[in-house]
Design a protein around this ligand. Structure first.
Ligand SMILES: *[C@@H]1O[C@H](CO)[C@@H](O)[C@H](O)[C@H]1NC(C)=O
Ligand SMILES: *[C@@H]1O[C@H](CO)[C@@H](O)[C@H](O)[C@H]1NC(C)=O
Ligand SMILES: *[C@@H]1O[C@H](CO)[C@@H](O)[C@H](O)[C@H]1NC(C)=O
Ligand SMILES: *[C@@H]1O[C@H](CO)[C@@H](O)[C@H](O)[C@H]1NC(C)=O
Ligand SMILES: *[C@@H]1O[C@H](CO)[C@@H](O)[C@H](O)[C@H]1NC(C)=O
Ligand SMILES: *[C@@H]1O[C@H](CO)[C@@H](O)[C@H](O)[C@H]1NC(C)=O
Length: 366
């Protein structure tokens, strides 16, 4: 004999499960801040990337002015980091840990996890360098320790440009962190993707020519562009007696839409497609997000600091019919709760509401 309170509880439980299943099955409303990106393959989207994203400050070895939580809040979704061994710990150091140590990889990944946790419709890419030849086991331990491995995307094999999932599929599956490594990516860790094996090519880096007059394939040397995504290194160094130093004084020019687009046009002329990734120093200066949106066929979003993004009118400014509060997802602060966003996503599909209403009536009638 089932007592009424138990019956009610089991009804509620079933209803709860049903809502959960529907919420998971529903399509994402926006992907990286734009509804139109949900149907685009990851490999058919341009991401402006933060070069040496962890080296924040105004010292000679710094590359960025804003910490990564603010870089993420501003709409940057591609983060490059240099890893080093510091007495057995993986730290983010610039060339040498004595020169600049921006803290542990573990701490950095914690910040990335916080963002992914509170922004369930955002896909982030990390590009790790591995000059000290740390092993896959060591990297995996840090990713697991930070709890961010659960978000990591594992491809079914080598992916070509037309077999990458769409952003919507990635958001739907929750596998929203793509991790590349430049060298010595260990096959035993399936989510650490070997950048140069088959996935990507890069143009020359540490350029000192402010014109960026080329889009040549530098790495892997002699590679064919076919099937590979392209990474354009658009950051400028000055050569001070042989020392290459990030040129902060030129950041406004280097990061202007005019300068970035001039190099992009060379790339599209050579390879017939937009670059996938464009790395910048001093990413908070210039037109990074405007260019990203334009290359993705989206109107530019108003970029501001996390603190000022709470107003209703900030965020997406152009032609979209969407509720502006949703469109700010990509560029806005990391304040959405997971539950909120799931509900918002679920609510998008009117049939979900009809099904739940029907089921509720049915259950109450039993
Ligand atoms: C890339 O996305 C655009 C916009 O949706 C689409 O028109 C184009 O066909 C896509 N290209 C590829 C190769 O999928
Ligand atoms: C390196 O680690 C060892 C053993 O854990 C410790 O004794 C030593 O002080 C550490 N050195 C530095 C520079 O942190
Ligand atoms: C993936 O691509 C690499 C480089 O082209 C090749 O060596 C490897 O055999 C490929 N793996 C599979 C499973 O096709
Ligand atoms: C930087 O300048 C030094 C001379 O001071 C020169 O030997 C070196 O080739 C230059 N490097 C680059 C990348 O321009
Ligand atoms: C945004 O807020 C920050 C501090 O919270 C402030 O420094 C900055 O000037 C503000 N920017 C705008 C455009 O209001
Ligand atoms: C961008 O804005 C223009 C005019 O402001 C509008 O005509 C166009 O449809 C918009 N495009 C998108 C993708 O929102």
């Amino acid at each position: 004999m089932i007592r009424p309170s138990e019956l009610t509880r089991s009804k509620l439980f079933t209803l709860f499960l049903l809502v959960g299943v529907l919420a998971r099955g529903a399509a994402a409303a926006t992907c990286n801040g734009h509804a139109a990106l949900c149907d685009r393959r990851y490999s058919n989207i341009t991401f402006i990337g933060s070069h040496d994203s962890a080296f924040v400050g105004t010292g000679l070895a710094d590359n960025q002015l804003e910490p990564i939580d603010r870089q993420l809040a501003s709409g940057i979704r591609f983060l490059q980091i240099q890893t080093h061994d510091s007495n057995g710990t993986i730290e983010l150091c610039h060339t040498l840990c004595l020169l600049e140590d921006a803290g542990t990889l573990s701490g950095y990944l914690g910040t990335v996890k916080t963002f992914l946790d509170s922004n369930p419709e955002e896909v982030i890419t990390l590009l790790l360098t591995n000059p000290d030849k740390k092993t896959g086991i060591e990297f995996n331990e840090v990713f697991q320790g930070a709890g961010v491995d659960v978000y990591a995307f594992v491809p079914p094999g080598n992916l070509t440009l037309d077999t990458w999932p769409t952003l919507g599929e990635m958001v739907g599956s929750g596998k929203r962190l793509v991790v590349f490594m430049d060298y010595l990516a260990d096959k035993s860790v399936p989510y650490i993707l070997d950048e140069f094996n088959s996935f990507m090519f890069e143009t020359p880096f540490d350029t000192t020519d402010p014109v960026f007059p080329q889009c040549n394939i530098d790495r892997p040397s002699g590679a064919s562009p076919a099937g590979r995504m392209s990474l354009v290194n658009h950051f400028l160094d000055t050569n001070t007696s042989g020392l290459l130093i990030p040129d902060r004084s030129a950041a406004e020019t280097t990061n202007s839409a005019a300068s970035i687009m001039a190099q992009v046009n060379i790339c599209t002329g050579l390879y017939n497609r937009n670059p996938n990734f464009i790395l910048l120093d001093w990413i908070s200066i210039g037109d990074a997000i405007t260019v990203q949106d334009q290359l993705n066929g989206e109107n530019s979003t108003q970029v501001s600091t996390p603190a000022n993004q709470t107003s209703e009118n900030s965020g997406q400014t152009g032609g979209s019919q969407q509720d502006p509060s949703k469109e700010t997802g990509g560029q806005g602060p990391a304040t959405d709760s997971v539950a909120n966003s799931l509900f918002q996503r679920w609510r998008e599909t009117p049939s979900n509401i009809a099904v739940v209403l029907a089921c509720t009536i049915l259950f109450m009638a039993i």
